[in-house]
Design a protein around this ligand. Sequence first.
Ligand code: S3P
Length: 435
Amino acid sequence: METKLVAFNKPELKGNVVVPGDKSISHRAVMLGSIAEGKTQITGFLDGEDCLRTIDIFRQLGVSIERDGTNVTVDSPGMQGWQTPSEELYAGNSGTTARLILGILAGSTIKSVLTGDESLSKRPMNRVTLPLSSMGASVVGEPDGNLLPLTITGGLLSAIEYDMPVASAQVKSAILFAGLNAEGTTVISEETVSRDHTERMLQQFGAEVQVDGTKVSVKGGNVLRGKDVLVPGDISSAAFFMVAAAMIKGSSVTFTNVGLNPTRTGILDVLTNMGACVEILEEVNGAGEPYGTVKVSYEGLHGTEISGDLIPRLIDELPVIALLATQAEGTTVIKDAGELRVKETDRIAAVTTELKKLGANIEATDDGMIIHGPTELSGGTLVSYGDHRLGMMAAIAALVASAPIQIEDPSCIAISYPGFFTDLEKLAVSINTKG
Ligand code: S3P
């Protein structure tokens, strides 16, 4: 198995990081480009493993997709022209691919089987298959359509009004995509607003989507047309280096072209609440998605509470926020984040186990973590659980640890940030790879 030994060898972090394209937006750009008729040119696409799985699936459906690095051209006959795939559709490790594609395929004209890797095959799908079934979709699998593999037989759907029991953009997006092919207007209500990239991009592609507070509706039956998409940098990837800059005395790092969609910027609020200096140096309102330049500088850290409406705005950042809290004065309480237990791995269990190995004072609760700081972390060997965000958290921990950290199985980091170690090395560390 591959391992990486990360050792921090700079007194502070200074510089600029250009993080790769946003994972959520990259998936949606390929999906909408494939649903729409004609050409969609995507710039800044994330060439990470998860998004490449999405491309592969639409190619299997007969959509022409050419990729040259981060430039992707999708040329689709539209959904009505898709062909039945000769093999199973493989979503790999990607929950977004699986759940959103279920919503898309439910209203298509084809029959297909969707599979995933070991981790994805354990993750709950009934949060999507139950509302889809009530729209008339045929999605069959064991037990009760909850786990991959699932067989989807596309057909005409009926609009529903759906109150979401969990704040999940994946569920919301799957229902919105299904609603495109449903008779009537589908209305979804969320208790807390989750990331809204699907709503924004659907509007860009010409769908009739209305957003009213926590309610979103989409009218079925419209044909979408291809559209160019500019993908900003992923704030969830930038978060790792933002946390690093906030933890190390004397540091100041800028992030250019980073997504600033307010449904995703919870990390900036938490950094500010904990005492770091966060400056938005420039903000541009690009086609549908705001982005800009952010500077994060060290100014000391203190504990905070992270809960409620803030959680969906930083759900993927919570592993590295837990690390941040180990360096803050006082107690940090993370609650209302039970969703962490059904991510790529149980992130509450994994984060507490790994940070404890370094001597952190952290305890798991049912729906979060409690961290007492500050603690000087030791070096050691951490495992990634095949979870990209756990792997990156381990590497960032090396920047504040008293000795190097060995990361087992770091290859999963390529799921969302293929150039992570190159950027880390430029900014801060020496890395030895074995195996
Ligand atoms: C995503 C939504 C979130 C997030 C995931 C990406 C998306 O999942 O954790 O990494 O692109 O819609 P949930 O919808 O399950 O919260």
